[in-house]
Write a protein that binds this ligand. Structure first.
Ligand SMILES: *[C@@H]1O[C@H](CO)[C@@H](O)[C@H](O)[C@H]1NC(C)=O
Ligand SMILES: *[C@@H]1O[C@H](CO)[C@@H](O)[C@H](O)[C@H]1NC(C)=O
Ligand SMILES: *[C@@H]1O[C@H](CO)[C@@H](O)[C@H](O)[C@H]1NC(C)=O
Ligand SMILES: *[C@@H]1O[C@H](CO)[C@@H](O)[C@H](O)[C@H]1NC(C)=O
Length: 529
């Protein structure tokens, strides 16, 4: 990892290098940014945060109608102070009075492709001393707050919050536009509190899409006003979300710069739909895939996506389409008769189903994400507005982008969090652009996503299964390629610091020694485990 050193007067470069690294060995926290920004310059001055640390807004374009900036600032101050009793006010000239933020766009709508860049300046001289964030959108400014929060730490001698190595000049923007984390509320219900905790930690790591795999074979927890019996497929009376609660999650995420990608997985993975509406099952012996021959099936999908479009404002909806076993369509007499009448075999019927669902989504203004089997089976038939979501194999992304479609990388050997034996090193090293050299093709890989499938996670263990491994992938997705470590051991200590920071912030991130959901093996410092 290389850093640009501040040019300027003072000691010569060699001496300066020595000073910086000598300082670093004592004051490691100032250098432990995660994910690593695009460009970082710093000096050697220590600053003290004012007890009355202020937000100052500059420029008149951005009105902060939803309070996104103000709330983001307050949360940032809270995690920096971390309930510590701050000592007596410092009165010297190195007190940082606050941060001035200038946002040039008045638009606070969040969606795919918005500008998330920011510049963060922390001067070391001047009075009063203000840090400065410049961003196109409020969401860039929020990333600036996250970076700032990692520069601050409590000094146990002075009892002040200190910021070392000022002046700082950080210029930052994400490498990929789509940086996702999947949670699955069908295999286990996840409470709103748990979901919000996951969203908070996503903001700390600069991930920006919560892929909400809402329903599956096992349960249908979400209220669908158009078809109010669908959530009869919930595990229990209380393991449900009202549509108002879904809207609350979307707003909570938006205020942290995180989009919500809602998924219904059709036509497989949909057994639970039939609890409320048994006619969606082809027969009592064939309860999935959904009945392709029944117009009601597509009316229900239309109703769901119509209700979704009022709450889930992200540009994309995920329509699943994976692991579809169509054999029992052929053995269900009324379905077989319908297939024969329409001259379709079972694979053609799978294609027909997926394409018809795509058209419904398009009619509600969505672009579509589908799991990779749809591409593998009939890629040339998919809407050009499809993003193919890789999960099975590593070679798919090159083929998808060569076909002119967009791709999200999640290959299960490296980015499945439910695979507990996958190490953070594998998460870190998984490169979405492997084997894609053409620049136009590279642009079609919109990003990647780590997947927390829910079979063995609930409120008791989800956080330590996600973190810190998802954070390792988050740096791969955020940091420019030439700044990423070539060997994971180059970032071990920095990731260990970030994992301890997550613990300090109340996130149950597991030790980095071991795979997912590991427990500490023996007594010792957080930074060594
Ligand atoms: C410290 O600063 C705060 C905020 O400016 C002020 O309210 C408080 O009175 C100061 N305390 C002392 C001991 O000066
Ligand atoms: C804490 O403050 C003291 C006194 O200014 C200083 O000597 C020490 O290096 C600081 N410790 C850290 C870890 O920054
Ligand atoms: C289904 O029909 C298509 C032609 O429409 C054919 O290419 C394909 O091999 C058939 N699939 C099966 C499983 O019979
Ligand atoms: C890249 O291409 C090589 C050679 O075809 C292949 O062995 C490897 O699996 C590919 N890797 C990925 C991640 O696609």
């Amino acid at each position: 990892m290389s850093f640009h050193l501040c040019a300027g007067t003072g000691p010569g470069l060699l001496l300066r290098l020595f000073l910086v690294f000598a300082t670093v060995s004592v004051v490691v926290d100032g250098m432990n940014l995660w994910p690593m920004p695009k460009s970082v310059n710093y000096g050697s001055q220590t600053l003290y945060l004012s007890k009355d640390f202020k937000l100052r807004t500059e420029g008149s374009n951005y009105a902060d109608g939803l309070g996104i900036l103000q709330d983001g600032f307050s949360r940032m101050v809270d995690i920096v102070v971390a309930s510590r009793a701050i000592g007596p006010n410092v009165t010297n000239s190195h007190v940082l009075a606050g941060i001035a933020v200038e946002i040039s766009s008045s638009d606070d709508s969040l969606n795919f492709g918005i500008d998330e860049s920011y510049k963060l300046f922390i001067p070391s001289t001047g009075y009063p001393l203000f840090g400065r964030i410049e961003a196109k959108t409020v969401y860039g400014a929020l990333h600036g707050f996250q970076t700032f929060s990692q520069l601050c730490h409590f000094n146990f001698t002075t009892r002040n919050i200190e910021l070392h190595l000022a002046p700082w000049i950080i210029d930052d923007q994400p490498r990929f536009l789509y940086r996702g984390l999947l949670i699955d509320t069908a295999r286990h219900y996840q409470t709103l509190t748990v979901m919000k905790n996951v969203i908070d930690a996503m903001a700390y790591t600069k991930l920006n899409v919560l892929h909400w795999h809402i329903v599956d074979t096992q349960s249908f927890p979400l209220e669908i006003p158009s078809y109010p019996k669908l959530w009869n497929g919930a595990y229990s009376y209380s393991e449900r979300y009202t549509m108002a609660e879904a809207a609350e999650i979307v707003l909570y995420a938006q205020k942290r710069g995180i989009n919500v990608l809602a998924e219904i997985d059709v036509p497989g993975h949909a057994f639970s739909w039939g609890t409320g509406y048994p006619s969606l099952w082809p027969s009592s012996d064939c309860q999935q895939p959904l009945d392709v021959s029944n117009e009601f099936t597509f009316k229900v999908i239309d109703g769901i996506l119509s209700d979704f479009s009022k709450v889930f404002k992200f540009k994309f909806v995920h329509l699943g389409g994976d692991e579809v076993d169509t054999r029992c369509w052929m053995t269900t007499p009324h379905v077989k008769k319908w297939l024969d009448k329409h001259g379709m075999n079972e694979s053609k019927a799978y294609e027909y189903f997926v394409l018809r669902a795509q058209n419904i989504a398009l009619s509600h203004g969505y672009e579509i994400v589908n799991w990779e089997e749809t591409f593998n089976n009939f890629g040339n038939m998919l809407s050009p507005k499809t993003v193919v979501h890789n999960w099975l194999d590593v070679g798919v992304a090159p083929r998808v982008v060569a076909a002119g479609l967009r791709c999200i990388v999640s290959d299960q050997n490296n980015w499945y969090l439910d695979h507990l034996s996958t190490t953070w090193q594998q998460f870190y090293m998984n490169e979405p652009l492997t084997n894609i050299t053409n620049h136009e093709h590279q642009k079609l890989v919109i990003g990647g996503e780590v997947c927390m499938w829910g079979e063995t996670v609930d409120g008791s263990d989800i956080e330590q299964t996600i973190w810190p491994r998802a954070a390792a992938a988050a740096e791969r997705l955020w940091t420019p390629f030439d700044k990423l470590a070539r060997e994971p051991r180059q970032v071990t200590s920095r990731l260990a610091h970030f994992r301890c920071l997550l613990n300090q912030r109340g996130v149950a991130a597991g030790p980095i020694t071991g795979g997912g959901r590991a427990a500490p093996e023996e007594p010792g410092s957080c930074y060594k485990q």
